[in-house]
Design a protein around this ligand. Structure first.
Ligand code: UGA
Length: 488
């Protein structure tokens, strides 16, 4: 199913893009027959699930990355990070439909469709650092050897796709001619190909949630395709046809903006409910019931209304900042989103206050910590709010006994084990041993089904400060715990 926005018809420009003409049917036929290869550039949290998802749909995938150690892991059938279902897909397609590869130039030359999934980290000023995207665009330019569709999947600010297009055109035309390099050779061969500069750029933002990336690949809420040509639209629709999902076709910058707007809106929902949680505490209301009642209205929806210690991860904080920065660059003060950020920043102190309120002096107190990942079902601790809380507690002299079902190795890398100050534990009950208090920082489902009597008996003082509203206040209080949570 395809939904064309009436007033946002793809614009067709004279260079680097084309209207669908009969010769393009060859390109389309090679895609339909699964002859054309797909290159996925960057094997991170976006690239790898994308590559394996497309392999599962029947395409031949070259998965390129510059990290040899990461490629070695992939070749050994190991996913480089925890993502449910990913390793199973890897073992199914490795060496058959999915081929890890270090050579970016070869990938570009062999593939017809190139998904750009490289990192767009954050600069000091909040802007997205697009140097990896630019480097890829330049390498593509120097290795054009026939038609390519370059699909931007990394989250990037609006107008990046236009820059990718401009960069490819610039560097393709100025590629070295006779220096004997492989790029020059390719160029020389390409000179004899009439359509050597024939390419399209598309923006196809990802909406994958860590911990549910495989589900999101196969059952997306929507697929957004920003294109400038009929040919690019047809190729992308062909590619995603097996998913039977709604495809929204837009212009390039619109697609880029949809991604940033979606993440910002979700972040705004979270900050909104966190403010409601603070108000609930003051007036004696229950934020989970408020969220339930509010979310029953389909215009609002029930998701992303869980109050807690705030949002983290590699996406929301970075994307929000980049979006604010983009607006600033165009002279627009997106003050609404600045406040979303401020509210989120304050969640750490709101929670620490609760811990102090419950435990008083933190110096030399033993605290059990349940959950380190920025959210459940991942081992990712990037921008995890829990980690900020952990560091604050350590700086106040607390001794921590930490547990997480997946994120202990990733946390150990930044916070090594240290005598009885930082102790990693194999389960929640071990973490609770002789603790003067227990805090919950990630809502792993298994924490919800812990044997609370056993937990209480392990602790010296049964105080629980629950930053994710995992436990039922009535149940846990009845068992003799002192219990503090968020907004109830
Ligand atoms: C987010 C978006 O949900 C994806 O659609 C998007 O593709 C992705 O960013 C991206 O840009 O790549 P992700 O960062 O994996 O996905 O995680 P979320 O499930 O969105 O959670 C983000 C943070 O918000 C977590 O720290 C989570 O604990 C927090 N959160 C979420 C809440 O505090 N309350 C909620 O109700 C929901």
């Amino acid at each position: 199913m395809s939904t064309q926005i009436p007033n946002l018809r793809p614009q067709v420009e004279s260079v680097g893009t084309s209207l669908f003409v009969p010769k393009d049917s060859d390109v389309l036929a090679s895609i339909r027959s699964r002859q054309a290869k797909i290159g996925v550039l960057g094997m991170g949290h976006v690239g790898l699930p994308t590559a394996l998802g497309l392999a599962d749909l029947g395409w031949q995938i070259l998965g390129a990355d510059s990290s040899e150690s990461l490629l070695d892991q992939l070749r050994a059938g190991q996913a480089p990070f925890y993502e449910p279902g990913l390793e199973k897909l890897l073992s199914k397609h490795l060496g058959k439909k999915f081929h890890p590869i270090a050579d970016l130039e070869q990938t570009i030359r062999e593939a017809t469709i190139l998904f750009v999934c490289v990192g767009t980290p954050q600069r000091e000023n909040g802007e997205a650092d697009l140097s990896q995207v630019e480097a890829v665009a330049r390498t593509i330019a120097q290795n054009l050897n026939g038609y390519k569709l370059i699909v931007e999947k990394s989250t990037v600010p609006a107008v990046t796709a236009q820059w990718v297009k401009r960069t490819i055109l610039r560097y393709a035309k100025n590629a070295p001619r006779n220096d004997g390099s492989p790029a020059a050779e390719v160029r020389e061969q390409a000179e004899s190909v009439p359509d050597r500069f024939d390419f399209d750029v598309a923006s196809n933002p990802e909406f994958l949630q860590e911990g549910a990336a495989v589900r999101d690949i196969f059952r997306p809420y929507r697929i957004v395709c920003g294109v400038e040509s009929e040919r690019a639209r047809m190729i992308l629709e062909e590619l995603y046809r097996p998913l039977h999902s709604t495809v929204l076709v837009t212009g390039l910058s619109t697609a880029e903006l949809i991604k940033h707007a979606a993440n910002s809106f979700l972040a705004m929902k979270i900050s909104f409910i966190n403010m409601i949680a603070d108000l609930c505490e003051l007036v004696g209301a229950d934020v989970t019931q408020v969220a339930c009642g509010v979310g029953m209205d389909p215009r609002i929806g029930p998701q992303f209304l869980n109050a807690g210690i705030g949002f983290g991860g590699y996406c929301f904080p970075k994307d929000l900042r980049a979006f604010i920065r983009l607006a600033d660059q165009y002279g627009l003060d997106f003050s609404l989103l600045k406040e979303v950020e401020n509210i989120n920043r304050r969640r750490i102190e709101v929670f620490l206050k609760k811990v102090r309120q419950a435990l008083w002096v933190l110096q030399d107190k033993t605290i059990a910590v349940l959950g380190l990942a920025f959210k459940p079902s991942t081992d990712d601790i990037r921008e995890a709010p829990g980690l900020k809380i952990v560091n604050a507690l350590l700086s106040e002299g607390a001794r921590l006994r930490l547990h997480d079902p997946q994120a202990i190795p990733t946390t150990k890398a930044v916070l090594p084990e240290n005598g009885d100050t930082v102790v990693y534990c194999e389960d929640a009950y071990t973490a609770a041993q002789h603790a003067h208090g227990l805090i919950v920082l990630t809502e792993w489902p298994e924490y919800g089904s812990l044997d609370l009597s056993r937990l209480r008996d392990a602790m010296d003082v049964p105080v629980v400060i629950d930053g994710r509203n995992v436990f039922d206040p009535a149940v846990i209080s009845k068992l003799g715990f002192e219990y503090l949570c968020i907004g109830r």
